[in-house]
Design a protein around this ligand. Structure first.
Ligand SMILES: Nc1ncnc2c1ncn2[C@@H]1O[C@H](COP(=O)(O)OP(=O)(O)OP(=O)(O)O)[C@@H](O)[C@H]1O
Length: 706
């Protein structure tokens, strides 16, 4: 099976040049009308240019023979032709730049669509630098090879050189045949040298990706590098990488010079032969040799090879770096998109936008100035959007039937989830507990359908998850992750990120529930309120504030399933307390299935049901009390956590009676109810201390019991 996969992968890796050409041709032909027009102008331009040597010849002969009328006629034609050439050149440039801009947008957005359509595994396996390279240099290369300036230069060159070849054949078939033989020789040489250059460029390309990746890695982890004092080591490593790339480049350069020298020798040899053989031929044939004919022959002697080179450059994909980038893009396009991803993510920018229900929703989304409009028309549209959303609502029931899952990347043979069975009813408050690596987050990822199960099935609202469009599924799930990731824009835009329609009442509501209101409307610290910029990765907000914005963002979607994946574990004690307070409030409101992946077990004692996980399996399930009474793995976890807790270890206590843990539950209940109306920072600080010392109280009580 594994071998088969590898075989498939390697087959997939191969992209033929023909496939790449077809790919480029698709873009080229998408602008065929404009291209045709430019080609007609180009053709006329070329014809006039070719005529110039004939004109000189005819004009000199007319002048020698004293035919003034003919000379005037020739001058007139010459003037008209030049006028056309002068006017057509800038016009052509405007035409070309216009459709090229359009094509550029098409290519860039299609590449972006392709990248976003890939599943999570694609992003796990592809280095960020590579993705960035595809989006930037890759799209430029596609543009260049499909419809860049060089294409028009080459087409121009082909037309011109074909004209010159015609002239050569017209003057001497033998010389032309001799030149054709040279052309074949040079063609063979080019083919051989390009193959060599490509293999060298491939290595160089790989090294450059490595270098950029390393650079980015260091920049992102600069604090760790400094903390471990590894600056000089990193500089050395980076220098080595640079030297390797430089050596490769010199090798390529050396190779190129060798190839060019051979081409140059062939060129000069060809000129000598034309000069000698041409003159001899005219002498032997006892024809009247015109100096201008021999000069033109010499001038045009490269025409065959120019036609060959231009065609080769047009279709031969000789620029190694560009070729490699386009090859990577074709691979990207060949790779399957995320399964079940609704087709609507593919937007054909060349087509006028469809007037469908989805678009109605889009119209409501008004983030241009960050303010939602509030006229009656908009209210009507919002209710349309609501209706549409209602039609699409799933129920919050979740069922896992014998689910097995293993990640593809490594541990190919080891399942991280083994025969998981669970049933969550709409509106329940559920928690997953267990040691690190037991598979809790993997369950969440499967519910989000970031991956597909290997065995068994997942049902949401009674429907197999694979039969639900990913677009619909994900609008129904609100996910708050461990590390809140915010976009570098305003708080408001971060909150409304996941919805097409919103009004300020919606925003106010979610801000109140999530606790964003508490800080964002503080005029002193946040004078711009919701329009405050959060900075890159939300750096201008504290961890707790970021997490509250993330909760508001999840809530505004009105999800049927709300998931907190260790949402408070990266926060400091005070922020954790604040965020937990709002999560508890939410739990009370319900109206949706709430799933919590818990780090701190004291936060889940109020759950309807806790699933306890160990090595990818659910080993226990039940309410907090039931699990304590079971006196099994869950209780061990609780004991271990309290034992590891700083306060507990100071007290030297490693066991907790079920009575004291019940006290946690009761105390948390009391906290939740009394927390409802107390939001001042001072109060929160007090409660934070209370919240932390609460475990100590339980432990002390436990000590007494023991
Ligand atoms: N993207 C991934 N690719 C490969 N293996 C992964 C991936 N994510 C998780 N794993 C592995 O799957 C197993 C379960 O991981 P998971 O994140 O689900 O555990 P967890 O219980 O949520 O742990 P934690 O509490 O530390 O977050 C681990 O052995 C982990 O190394």
């Amino acid at each position: 099976m594994r071998k088969e996969n590898l075989k498939k992968e390697s087959q997939f890796e191969r992209v033929s040049k023909t496939e790449i050409r077809k790919f480029l041709l698709r873009y080229f032909l998408s602008e065929w009308k404009m291209i045709l027009l430019t080609q007609v102008v180009l053709f006329v331009q070329t014809y006039f240019n070719i005529y110039q040597p004939f004109f000189t010849q005819d004009f000199i002969e007319a002048a020698i023979q004293g035919k003034t009328d003919e000379m005037v006629e020739l001058i007139k034609v010459f003037a008209y032709q030049n006028l056309f050439l002068i006017i057509s050149e800038p016009l052509l440039e405007i035409f070309v730049s216009k459709f090229k801009k359009r094509l550029e947008i098409k290519i860039q957005s299609e590449i972006f669509q392709q990248i976003l359509s890939k599943d999570i595994q694609f992003f796990e396996m592809t280095k960020f630098v590579q993705i960035q390279q595809l989006a930037n240099q890759g799209s430029r290369s596609v543009m260049d090879l499909a419809c860049g300036d060089r294409i028009f230069r080459q087409l121009k060159s082909i037309f011109r050189s074909i004209g010159h070849c015609y002239f050569l054949f017209y003057k001497s078939i033998y010389i032309s045949l001799c030149l054709l033989a040279f052309c074949a020789l040079k063609g063979f040489w080019n083919h051989y040298s390009n193959k060599l250059k490509l293999s060298l460029a491939k290595d160089n390309f790989k090294d450059m990706v490595e270098r950029d990746n390393r650079f980015q890695d260091i920049m992102q982890n600069v604090m760790t590098v400094k903390a471990f004092g590894r600056e000089s080591k990193e500089i050395q490593k980076y220098q080595k990488q640079l030297e390797k790339i430089s050596d490769q480049s010199i090798k390529i350069q050396y190779q190129n010079s060798k190839m060019d020298a051979v081409s140059e020798i062939l060129d000069r040899l060809q000129k000598i032969i034309v000069l000698y053989y041409g003159s001899m031929y005219f002498i032997l044939e006892q024809k009247r040799v015109q100096v201008s004919t021999i000069t033109t022959l010499l001038q045009y002697s490269n025409s065959f090879i120019q036609v060959y080179n231009a065609i080769k450059e047009l279709i031969g994909l000789d620029d190694q770096n560009m070729y490699l980038l386009v090859e990577a893009i074709v691979k990207l396009f060949n790779q399957k998109p995320e399964q079940g991803l609704s087709e609507h993510i593919y937007v054909d920018i060349t087509q006028p936008e469809k007037k469908d229900e989805d678009q109605n929703i889009n119209q409501i989304h008004s983030t241009t100035n960050g303010e939602a409009t509030s006229d009656s028309n908009q209210d009507r549209q919002i209710s349309q959007a609501d209706n549409l959303n209602k039609k699409r609502i799933l129920s919050g029931d979740i069922q896992f039937d014998n689910v097995c899952y293993k990640y593809n990347i490594r541990n190919q043979d080891e399942y991280v989830l083994k025969n998981v069975n669970l049933q969550i009813k709409d509106g329940e408050f559920i928690a997953f507990a267990g040691t690190s690596g037991s598979g809790k987050s993997t369950i969440i990822k499967l519910i989000e359908r970031f991956y597909d199960v290997n065995e068994g099935q997942i049902l949401i609202g009674g429907k197999n998850i694979k039969d639900i469009s990913i677009g619909l599924l994900r609008t129904q799930i609100g996910l708050v992750q461990q590390e809140p990731v915010l976009f570098d824009t305003t708080i408001l835009e971060n909150i409304v990120y996941g919805v097409d329609a919103y009004n300020m009442e919606n925003v106010q509501e979610v801000c109140d529930i999530s606790g964003v209101s508490e800080f964002v409307f503080d005029k002193e610290r946040f004078p711009d309120g919701l329009h405050t910029l959060v900075g890159s990765k939300g750096l201008l907000l504290s961890g707790g504030q970021k997490q509250r914005v993330a909760i508001a963002r999840a809530l505004i979607k009105r999800p049927k399933i709300l998931i907190f994946d260790e949402a408070t574990s990266s926060l400091d004690a005070e922020s954790e307390f604040q965020v937990q307070q709002y999560i508890d409030k939410l739990v009370k409101k319900r109206g949706m299935t709430i799933i919590v992946v818990a780090h701190r077990l004291s936060t889940i004692v109020n759950c309807d049901r806790i699933y306890v996980m160990q090595k990818g399996q659910i080993v226990e399930q039940g309410s907090h009390k039931e699990l304590l009474d079971l006196n099994g793995y869950y209780k061990q976890l609780i004991n271990r956590q309290l034992y590891n807790d700083e306060n507990a270890s100071n007290l030297g206590i490693n066991n907790l009676s079920s009575q004291s843990l019940d006290n946690i539950k009761t105390k948390n209940d009391q906290n939740n109810s009394s927390d409802e109306n107390t939001n001042s920072p001072k109060e929160i600080k007090k409660k934070s201390i209370h919240y932390k010392t609460y475990e100590e109280t339980s432990i002390n009580q436990n000590k007494k019991n023991d």
